[in-house]
Design a protein around this ligand. Structure first.
Ligand code: GH3
Ligand code: MG
Ligand code: MG
Ligand code: MG
Length: 314
């Protein structure tokens, strides 16, 4: 029941969070109506091992950008037929911020204030033609470094350090958006809270490091078992799943399977052959806030603990 569409949406979600690792912002789109200039710039870029794409005006650039979401820098001439560099900046900024895609304006025009106008339209930087190759490389690598640093910081701000899962902050941000979308589509929302049973005992018996490793092993299993939904570590030994793609019935079945699997197989996949079980609170509602939905799930989780653990309360 995993459609191609939901798979794509999920991969988008993951990419949003994980972004790309360092040193990966290396696909550059060169936009210039002069073939000679284009080839000159492309040649400079390829010498530095950048991946290069070309467009001969702003409109074509937008098409190429649509087909190549890996583009991270646009080097654009200003005066071009159909759509100018400045107009291209405005269009690109409707969809991408200046720390997603850097735009470097390049022009030989000696028009006063052109550089300021380029930057006001959304460019990150501006180079006057003809330029010195060293200056070109310096400015480019400065922009690329900036993109990479921001991607790293964004990733760190949204990821749980121990398990590498989305963290609480990212969970609330994305779940809140998803909830709004599902509600405006007239759908109800469902969410699960999950907590390891007697985790304190695991720490006491095997040590804190083993406890940490159990959390990591569980996180890995969660990602594998719920590939299309938003799994996060809310804190401690507590996880949440916001079902962005699985229906309530599917979610319920998947959770049942997961709890059975952990009870039966945890010794085989956790360090020091630790056996553990999970308690879950699952809840479904419409016209609620994410906080209220979470509170409801938490009450169900509490009941699961009270009534013997290793179970789901819906
Ligand atoms: P219950 O079945 O009622 O949930 O019992 P419990 O022992 O799992 O719950 P309790 O809230 O009493 O204890 C949770 C423990 O989780 C206490 C805390 O030291 C431990 N813990 C929280 N975060 C971490 C972590 O990052 N690593 C390790 N190893 N332990 C953690
Ligand atoms: Mg031109
Ligand atoms: Mg617990
Ligand atoms: Mg707990």
């Amino acid at each position: 029941y995993i459609t191609k569409e939901s798979k794509q949406a999920y991969h988008y979600l993951r990419k949003q969070l994980m972004r790309l690792p360092r040193n990966s912002k290396r696909t550059i789109l060169v936009v210039d109506d002069s073939m000679q200039t284009r080839h000159h710039i492309c040649d400079l870029l390829m010498r530095q091992k950048y991946t290069v794409l070309e467009a001969k005006d702003g409109l074509e650039a937008l098409e190429v950008l649509e087909q190549h979401p890996e583009i991270s820098v646009i080097i654009a001439d200003n005066i071009m037929p159909r759509m100018s560099g400045e107009e291209l900046c405005v269009e690109v900024r409707r969809k991408y911020s200046d720390d997603d895609i850097a735009i470097i304006g390049v022009s030989s025009s000696d028009q006063a204030y052109l550089s300021a106008r380029f930057i006001k339209s959304g460019a990150n930087d501006y180079i006057r033609k003809p330029f010195n190759n060293e200056e070109f490389y310096c400015r480019l690598s400065q922009n690329v470094d900036m993109l990479e640093n921001i991607a790293t910081i964004r990733r760190q701000a949204n990821t749980d350090y121990l398990t590498d899962l989305p963290n609480r902050r990212y969970f609330f941000e994305v779940a809140r958006k998803e909830l709004r979308q599902q509600e405006s589509a007239g759908k109800s929302c469902h969410l699960a809270m999950m907590d390891i049973d007697h985790f304190k005992r695991i720490n006491d018996q095997y040590g804190h490091d083993t406890g940490d490793a159990v959390l990591k092993a569980l996180a890995k299993r969660l990602l594998k078992h719920f590939p299309n939904d938003l799994v996060a570590r809310l804190g401690g030994e507590e996880f949440a799943i916001y079902f962005t793609h699985s229906s309530y019935t599917q979610a319920s079945e998947m959770l049942e399977q997961f709890l059975t699997m952990v009870d039966k197989q945890s010794q085989s996949f956790s360090p020091d052959a630790v056996h553990f079980t999970l308690s879950v609170g699952l809840t479904q509602a419409s016209q609620v806030s994410i906080d209220k939905l979470l509170k409801q799930a938490d009450l169900n989780l509490y009941e699961a603990k009270q009534t013997g653990r290793n179970r789901i309360v819906k």
